[in-house]
Design a protein around this ligand. Structure first.
Ligand code: HEM
Length: 415
């Protein structure tokens, strides 16, 4: 190598190292390596990613910024990532300054194949319009109907019989799987008025649910890779991108079927058929005519929003309850007290039917215990004004993030 070339290479390396040192100084969280940023740590912990992120948050006091590609220019564009579980930051991002945090082109590109321009993957007017239309689905009236139509029936005719059978046979059940099935069935009911009944005695495999899981996993994998790489993989049909396109085909077939049937039903309803008030029908009944793809994405966004979130929260809830017998006792006492008032002293009437909306609404302690479960992963500061505390004595964090939509379901406070 000529001396001048060697000098140039050396200068470039030194300039890079100087830049890297300067850039890394402002970062927290896991160790950042030249060029690869924090990717080695992420890859090493890929099977315990959530624990790894929680550990990083714990050691850095709740918020850190890291870099996934330590390459000048690219790092600014796509490499810097801020991770936080501080309730104040979450409130700032999701509520106070929501407009300052659009999803942006990278996020949208990664999710576009699965979520299109759905509520989780859009900004501005597209987001606002969906938010407003969807809010109609979250009134007390529609939620009460949905509870009676989907949740209570699933609990009575499918969830309880599975538990009873297991009890009779003295066999264990995979509660996490059951909860995932019931929340999937419920959210499909709410989103497009069809209960796929994945929760039934023989625990059937559901092609749509599997395809949805695979597509979500493949989408998340895109986040780990630079945009160019996953785009190339998509272009040449490599690795998880193959799974992705197959899963999307499956999802497309399933939802096209539902949308076509619903179109026919809505047309027949104009001639006196059954009315529908699921999310899909709400969008279809709007004056504008949306493409089938857009309608599919509306439904998929809601399935993503309501399925794993609720089932994971419930799994953690039951796990925590088993670890805290005193809390369990208080929950049971509260349920019995409410049932005594609403159904009288005859205990057999208590278990005849699942609790109705008004009964559930009166379970203040249970709600607090659920909120406590949701705040479980957060670093929680005691409330400065001595405000409401949850059963285990910590601040109820999720309430700072969520509001009650049109006096019904929870969603982040904004707009
Ligand atoms: C324990 C259960 C749940 C948790 C922890 C949870 C958490 C969250 C969080 C953190 C967000 C903000 C995400 C973001 O904007 O990037 C969000 C948004 C949202 N959630 Fe939930 N959620 C839960 C259940 C549900 C359910 C059951 C539904 C619907 C049936 C739902 C519907 C939505 C919708 C539509 C949004 C988007 C709102 C918007 O962008 O304006 N969530 N949720």
């Amino acid at each position: 190598m000529e001396a001048s070339t060697a000098m140039m290479v050396l200068t470039a390396v030194l300039a890079y190292l100087l830049w890297f040192k300067f850039m890394a100084r402002s970062l927290g969280g896991p160790r950042v390596w030249p060029l690869l940023g924090s990717l080695p740590g992420l890859i090493h912990n890929v099977n315990r990613m959530h624990d790894w992120i929680s550990d990083n948050l714990r050691t850095s006091g709740g918020t850190y910024q890291t870099c996934i590609f330590a390459i000048p220019f690219l790092s600014r564009k796509q490499g810097l990532v801020t991770v936080t579980c501080d309730p104040k930051n979450i409130e700032h991002i999701l509520k106070a300054r929501f407009d300052n945090y659009p999803k942006g082109p990278n996020w949208q590109a990664v999710f576009h194949d699965l979520l299109g321009e759905g509520i989780f993957n859009s900004d501005g007017d597209t987001w606002l319009f969906q938010r407003k239309t969807a809010a109609l689905e979250f009134t007390t009236r529609t939620l009460r109907q949905a509870m009676a139509r989907w949740v209570s029936r699933a609990i009575k005719y499918r969830f309880c019989p599975i538990l009873e059978t297991a009890q009779l046979k003295a066999k264990p059940v995979d509660l996490q799987d059951l909860l995932l099935r019931i929340t999937f069935d419920n959210i499909c009911g709410l989103a497009f008025g069809k209960d796929p009944q994945t929760l039934s005695l023989d625990l059937p495999e559901n092609g749509f649910a599997l395809a949805f899981d695979r597509a979500t996993e493949a989408t998340l994998q895109r986040f780990i890779l630079p945009r160019l790489i996953w785009k190339l993989k998509k272009c040449f049909g490599l690795g998880m991108e193959v799974t992705m396109s197959r899963s999307l085909e499956h999802i497309d077939d399933y939802l096209s079927d539902i949308i076509n049937t619903r179109k026919l039903e809505l047309a027949s309803r104009e001639q006196g058929g059954t009315p529908h008030d699921d999310l899909l029908s709400r969008f279809m009944k709007k004056k504008e005519s949306y493409s089938d793809k857009f309608l599919q994405h509306v439904a998929l966004n809601f399935i993503l929003a309501g399925r794993d979130t609720s089932s994971v929260a419930l799994s953690w809830f039951f796990w925590l309850v088993t670890k805290n017998p005193k809390v369990e006792e208080k929950i049971l006492i509260e349920i019995c007290t409410v049932l005594m008032e609403t159904r009288g002293n005859d205990v057999s009437k208590w278990v005849d039917e699942p609790l109705v909306f008004e009964e559930v609404d009166r379970l203040i302690y249970l709600k607090a215990a659920l909120s406590e479960t949701l705040s479980g992963g957060c670093i929680v500061a005691p409330p400065p004004d001595g405000g409401a505390r949850s059963p285990c004595g910590t601040e109820n964090v999720i309430d700072t993030v969520h509001e009650v939509w049109a006096d019904g379901q929870c969603a982040p406070k904004r707009a």
